[in-house]
Design a protein around this ligand. Structure first.
Ligand SMILES: Nc1nc2c(ncn2[C@@H]2O[C@H](COP(=O)(O)OP(=O)(O)OP(=O)(O)O)[C@@H](O)[C@H]2O)c(=O)[nH]1
Ligand SMILES: [Mg+2]
Length: 426
């Protein structure tokens, strides 16, 4: 066996060089950055491969048709990922050989001496540990290859250890700027010895993300206190359904608060009926407000309630008339209103920000995300709240009233981003 090293500006290029010369026998044993990139010049990576010398000498014999440079590059491009998997396979084979060789020698030469067998076991354990380290490195190289097809190095230099989580997070719609910023934070704060293992890095990074997400915790109402919540947002996002779920939660599912409902959505055919139907089913008092001057009167008529929930008409973020009407109501009222912006998690990040800007002059207190069950990508939610720095209070996770609502949790959101959405009711 012989070790040979190859250097290039990226690990993939170094690997290509090795494979140009040694083909499938290029078994990667280590990869590392030997020179950091600067503004003026790129970095340098070293890939060390191990060669089977027997095979190397035999390889010279069969005459082969010369491939053109383009042909060679194409073959290498197609095969580079396969060859890394091949390397992983070869490593497993070495492991098997080492184990069986050790046990055969053990039986043949020395007999089952207790002392020797424990030494052998230790060696096997060491080999296993080495293999685990190598597999981890292979995983890193695989993800770096993906990264080379993704954003360019100048745009975003991603430390190799982060390739896997970077890939998942950016595929889930998280902003690349945020990712970059948080990766930097992780590197600055993470103890150096923890960085060798991609699993540890992943866990550390996820806990950090979890801690960053602004969440508004649901608190019990102090005795005698009152709360008035208004639900605003674009059309069809689930404002009315969310209000109905929360009315049930506050009045009998979780709490026993006296709950009342007001609707400002009185023009659209069917809208009032939808809410009256829910109120009737839950036996809750409901008022509708046609003239904005009647708003405080409606709240006063529900003065026996601990919580009042106000539904509003859905509106495009560009419809200044509709949002302006809500603004006038909020400006004139003598009551303290908690303004909840309801947004669908299926909306892409740029649109979420656009919507927020359209509604922000209503002084949004908190965000409710609906339709979590209708998407697989939740990175947009993370980046949105990270950007606007407003807390999330609830997640709506399906159409069922009253069941499909839960308190917002950072851990749930991060799990949904990295492991996929699983319905959980709280
Ligand atoms: N899958 C899914 N559907 C939801 C969720 N929340 C609401 N919906 C559905 O979305 C549709 C619209 O819900 P509404 O509550 O009427 O939405 P809205 O925001 O009040 O709509 P407008 O008043 O017309 O602006 C209904 O079919 C709801 O059942 C959710 O979390 N998941
Ligand atoms: Mg509605």
């Amino acid at each position: 066996m012989k070790l040979v090293s190859y250097t290039a500006p990226t690990p993939a290029e170094a690997l290509k060089k090795a494979q140009m010369e040694h083909g499938e026998d290029a078994l990667v044993v280590s990869t590392k950055q030997i020179k950091k990139g600067t503004l003026g010049s790129g970095g340098l990576y070293e890939v060390v491969i191990v060669l089977n010398e027997d095979k190397e000498s035999k390889k010279e014999t069969p005459p082969k048709k010369e491939e053109t440079k383009e042909e060679k590059e194409k073959i290498l491009d197609d095969d580079v990922l396969l060859d890394i998997s091949n390397a992983a396979r070869q490593i497993s084979q070495i492991a098997k050989v080492s184990e069986s060789k050790l046990s055969v020698e053990d039986e043949k030469e020395k007999g089952p001496s207790k002392e020797n067998s424990s030494i052998d076991k230790e060696e096997i354990l060491k080999v296993k540990q080495e293999i685990l380290k190598l597999s981890d490195k292979i995983k890193i190289i695989q993800n770096m290859l993906w990264e080379e097809k993704g954003p360019s190095k100048e745009e975003l230099p991603i430390p190799p250890e982060f390739s896997e989580i970077y890939k998942k997070a950016s595929q889930s719609g998280m902003s690349k700027d945020h990712l970059h910023e948080i990766m930097k934070l992780t590197l600055e704060n993470m103890p150096y010895r923890m960085r060798n293992n991609t699993e540890t890095i992943k866990r550390y990074f996820q806990v950090l993300l979890q801690k960053i997400i602004p969440i508004r915790v649901e608190l019990d109402l102090p005795k005698g206190a009152k709360k008035i919540m208004m639900f605003v947002g674009p059309t069809g996002v689930g404002k009315t359904t969310t209000l109905a779920k929360l009315a049930a939660r506050y009045s009998f599912v979780k709490y026993k608060y006296k709950t009342g409902i007001i609707t400002l959505d009185t023009y659209r055919i069917g809208a009032v009926e939808q809410l009256y139907q829910y109120a009737k089913m839950m036996r809750l008092p409901i008022e509708d407000v046609v003239d904005i001057n009647d708003f405080d009167r409606a709240i006063n008529s529900l003065n026996r309630c601990d919580i009042v929930l106000i539904d509003t008409v859905g509106s495009s973020q560009y419809d200044k008339d509709k949002i302006g009407r809500l603004k006038r109501i909020l400006d004139r009222t003598n009551f303290d209103i908690d303004v909840n912006l309801v947004l669908s998690s299926t909306t892409k990040l740029e649109d979420l920000i656009d919507i927020y800007e359209g509604f922000s002059f209503l002084n949004i207190d908190t965000i409710i995300f609906t339709k979590m069950d209708e998407t697989k990508n939740f990175g947009n939610i993370f980046s949105f709240v990270y950007d606007i720095n407003k807390p999330i209070s609830y997640f709506s996770i399906g159409q069922e009233v009253p069941d499909d609502i839960m308190e917002a949790e950072g851990e749930f959101l991060i799990k949904s981003i990295f492991e996929g959405f699983k319905k959980s009711k709280k």
